[in-house]
Design a protein around this ligand. Structure first.
Ligand code: NAP
Ligand code: G4F
Length: 383
């Protein structure tokens, strides 16, 4: 008998990688997707199976974390062995604009799932993974952060996730449920949403190098994050639910890097050297050199002459519109518990992550360049 998993947030970055991973393991995967006026399944289209097909491995259901009845009915129908609650309004900056909605979806949404499992009498059958976050540490009280480090959330998103974390612990203790938190540090990939900083950078660097964008505007260049690859992190989610006992685990690389350094690494991937000068809001990044051989290898000869004209030009600037009312300056996790108890080991380091994201974005920009030649309008999103 195949195990049955229900993934909320299956259309997101992690949902897509996790669905693929579980299907490969022989699971039948059910996913909650939101109704949207445009198709929103790009990330899982390669896994899609038409509803008329027999013995499907992937089955999608319309739903929303703000709708208790929908959640309860879905869990009743699916009778999952495992629920991965990945759905969330996951953008920290946007949570300052939509705090009430964020609390509802990211905080109470988790309660709705736990309570549905309890009311349906599934507490001994269904295991639950809650997508908790290093944002809980916020204004960090200890370096590096581990499972016992006190939380100090710094955004409506993090406060909502704090509720979700504790309600998961409470249901575990009160009702003896197999409910666990993965406290995941930032994880990225070619599937990362375009407005998170790493993808914003790899996308913009590819566009600048290939001549379809002039500038990259960023916020806090000094913020430091512990960045891993989403492919490695969904393996940890699975491992957490395979343990005999439920528990909470930090998933991180143990290395932290500044946003500014991520920008440098992204340009370096294409053989371009960037230097930063100035401070605070006046800080700028200027292209100071190009390794022509490497550029040709990574981006193609046809773009080299245009790229050479970038040398001496400013291509990165700070825009305070991207600052947050309260910032998380530094995150660095201690993954000792997950490495020891789960046997989890990441395969990607940061250079490998940057390489993977740049390779994918350069490929994408090349397609766009061709469309542009055909007269298509190319939009620049600076968000
Ligand atoms: P993501 O790409 O933003 O995906 C979020 C998913 O949630 C999408 O499928 C989205 O649907 C769905 N969603 C949003 N609001 C919803 C609602 N009200 N009802 C139902 N579905 C809803 O996020 P991710 O990077 O994959 O992260 C997955 C989870 O891990 C999130 O809970 C996030 O907060 C948490 N997390 C992420 C990281 C990280 O670095 N990536 C680190 C720690 C924790 P649409 O596609 O329709 O928008
Ligand atoms: O990429 P970010 O938007 O990710 P953030 O805020 O760390 O949140 C992500 O990771 C969390 C785990 O720690 C998840 F829970 C959450 O769902 C999400 O996936 O920003 C990273 C850093 C911040 O300090 C931000 O201020 O980059 C800084 N930054 C500088 N310029 C920018 C920008 N962030 C964005 N999004 N856009 C900028 O232009």
């Amino acid at each position: 008998m195949s195990k049955i998993a229900l993934i909320t947030g299956i259309t997101g970055q992690d949902g897509a990688y996790l669905a693929e991973y579980l299907i490969k393991k022989g699971y039948i995967v059910h996913g909650m997707k939101r109704r949207s006026s445009l198709f929103n399944t790009d990330r899982i289209d390669h896994l899609y199976q038409c509803p008329h097909q027999k013995e499907r491995k992937l089955i999608l259901h319309y739903g929303d974390l703000t709708d208790s009845m929908n959640i309860t009915r879905m869990i009743q129908e699916v009778q999952p062995d495992e629920i991965y609650n990945l759905a969330a309004m996951s953008h920290v900056k946007v949570s300052f604009d939509t705090p009430e909605y964020t609390a509802n979806a990211d905080g109470i949404g988790t309660l709705r799932i736990l309570e549905a499992v309890r009311l349906l009498g599934l507490t001994q059958k269904t295991r639950i993974y809650q997508a908790s976050t290093s944002e809980l540490y916020g204004l960090v009280q200890e370096i590096p952060q581990k499972e016992t480090t006190p939380f100090y959330p710094r955004s409506p998103y993090a406060v909502a996730k704090l509720y979700a974390y504790w309600i998961t612990v409470n249901y575990r203790e009160a009702y003896n449920m197999h409910a666990s938190n993965g406290i995941l540090f930032n994880h990225e990939s070619p599937l990362r949403g375009e407005t998170f900083v790493t993808r914003k950078i790899t996308r913009a660097v590819s566009r600048i190098a290939l001549g379809i964008q002039d500038m990259l505007f960023l916020g806090n260049l000094g913020a430091q994050r512990d960045w891993g690859h989403a492919k490695d992190y969904v393996r940890a989610m699975y491992l957490i639910l395979q343990q005999q006992e439920p528990s909470d685990y930090v998933i991180a690389t143990g290395i932290t890097t500044a946003v500014r350094e991520f920008v440098r690494m992204a340009f370096e991937e294409l053989g371009m050297e960037i230097a930063f000068y100035g401070e605070g809001i006046d800080e700028k990044g200027k292209i100071v050199g190009i390794d022509e051989k490497l550029f040709i290898e990574k981006a193609g000869e046809e773009c080299l002459e245009d790229a050479k004209t970038l040398v001496g030009k400013e291509v990165v600037a700070v825009d305070k519109a991207y600052f947050r009312p309260t910032e998380v300056d530094l995150l660095i996790g201690d993954p000792t518990k997950s490495k020891t108890l789960l046997g989890w080991q990441p395969e990607y380091d940061l250079p490998a992550l940057v390489k993977d994201m740049m390779r994918s974005d350069v490929k994408e920009v090349k397609k766009i360049t061709l469309l542009k030649k055909e007269g298509y309008r190319v939009l620049n999103y600076f968000e």
